[in-house]
Design a protein around this ligand. Structure first.
Ligand code: GLP
Length: 243
């Protein structure tokens, strides 16, 4: 794992956005794996800025999003599809038909997960996967468990994740289930970029980098991948051993 500590979320956003833009310049047909949540927002802002400056195009790119809530209409502002449209896709030139999501409302969940996995494979696999990390070490919506997960599947969200994400929802309407790429799907990406900021992520970051490989912290699976870049701010890095 290649770990870089940067001063703040803005610096991480610039570095992460620049890394993605450089990859897209080098490979205009890039297949991106994309993430939601607060962490990627400065990164998406940087990509938009560089696209609008005429420096990078995503007209030939394809994307696959990590996860989606179950039981939310697509048009709900909290659906990850709405999030991506608002925060990135509507402001760059990626073609809507080239942006792929799990459909959290599909009646046959297993068939939907199989469809999504097959579409990723048909696209040639993910070249660059962007990730955040949950406070409990989840990646995508792969919650701590007894075994690492494989391909996309439907999962029940943990209390920790519900508490962290319920700030976006009114009252008690936060979904309890989601569909997510599995850890196996994530590890097949050729390159992974994980970003984390803030003290609330420090323990998960410590486990991911220095902890024992264990599904109790799903992000430790990234230790097995050969091309992982991690951008942290000082607070997220605060529990790492100093050398
Ligand atoms: C969410 C998403 C993850 C994200 C994580 C951290 O639940 N499913 O993909 O990485 O939680 O989110 P944030 O960046 O808002 O802390």
């Amino acid at each position: 794992m290649n770990v870089t500590i940067l001063p703040d979320a803005a610096a991480i956003g610039r570095a992460a956005g620049d890394l993605i833009c450089a990859a897209a310049q080098q490979n205009p047909a890039i297949v991106l794996g994309l993430a939601t949540g607060a962490s990627p927002l400065p990164c998406y802002a940087r990509i938009i800025q560089r696209h609008q400056a005429g420096e990078v195009s995503f007209a030939g790119a394809r994307s696959f999003n990590l996860d989606e809530y179950c039981g939310l209409p697509e048009s709900d502002p909290n659906s990850y599809r709405s999030f991506m449209r608002k925060e990135l896709f509507s402001q760059i030139d990626i073609l809507p038909e080239n942006t792929h999501f799990l459909d959290g409302n599909a009646p046959d969940e297993a068939a939907e997960c199989a469809r999504f996995t097959a579409a990723m494979q048909a696209a040639g696999g993910i070249d660059l996967q962007l990730l955040g990390i949950g406070r409990n070490g989840h990646i995508g919506f792969n919650e701590p468990g007894d075994a690492f997960t494989g391909e996309a599947y439907k999962t029940r969200l943990s209390e920790s994740t519900i508490a962290a994400n319920s700030v976006y929802f009114s009252q008690d309407d936060m979904p309890r289930y989601a569909m997510t790429m599995g850890v196996g799907s994530i590890l097949r990406a050729r390159e992974i970029l994980l970003i984390a900021t803030g003290e609330a992520k420090a323990e998960a970051v410590r486990s991911m980098i220095e902890g024992e490989l264990s599904p109790a912290c799903p992000a430790t699976a990234l230790q097995q991948h050969e091309h992982v870049t991690i951008f942290l701010d000082e607070a997220a890095a605060s529990l790492l051993k100093k050398d």
